[in-house]
Design a protein. Sequence first.
Length: 295
Amino acid sequence: MAKPASSAISSKRPKVSAIVTTFNEEQNIGACIESLLWCDEILVVDSFSTDKTAEVVQAIEGVTFVQRTYFGSASQKNWAMDQVLHDWILIYDADERCTPELQQEIETLLAEGPRYDAYTIHRRCYFLDQVIRFSGWQHDSVVRLVRTGTARYPNRRVHADMKTRGPAPMLKNSMEHYMVESLDEYIPRIMKYSYWGASQAWREGKNSGVGQVLGRSLWRFIRVYFLQFGLFDGMRGLVFCLLQAFGTYVKWATLWGWRVNEKRGIRPNLPPFDDNEEVWAGLDELDRAEVPAEG
């Protein structure tokens, strides 16, 4: 867990707002928040959880808890970034933890004066309480530390990568990501993400056939299990890589079925998308921004 910041560093660095998004995370949210208590503000944006997530969060002093309809991770986090108070934002999911080493690195970086407006953090992923060393996740990293107003998620329902103004170099230390605690929870999550991915593809006018349903699924397994060394993760690697390929299959098979039904006059029941332009404001400016050279 994160440790209290030294008074010397805290007095020098700019203030940090932490954002945590949640849905039915009563088992994770307490530990996540505890690892972020060194931040100057913590905003939890919940998607109307039906478990005890709200009770857990509201019992922690100093944490702001709000609820908002879920239109995807990108929409939720963009909206949250517009609500916070401070100049720097640290973004977490409820199943992630900030380690003491990462905390110290971030605080030292900010106290010394950061050169860039955004930073990428490596995620150390856990599958059934064991670190996945390979299987495509050894290089998993996400832009999560940003200066307010310099980064934005694109308008995608799922798998949206942060756009930044300029480079986002990698920090040395990792966050911890407890990605899979139970397969009876993870498999429905795969189905949900695959449905969202198919919905995004439908909105973008994409089609699906043998190349997508069979080709992409088979390639996903070959890539993560053989080329990205998932076989060295043992049984966990085999199960995990097959599940990734399964998610790819469900996404493109779902889209294929929708296109078949479209010809029969049947349209799919898509999830709601966020069409509020304010949530996506600033993306055009980031696309046009001149990217400074590193070095």
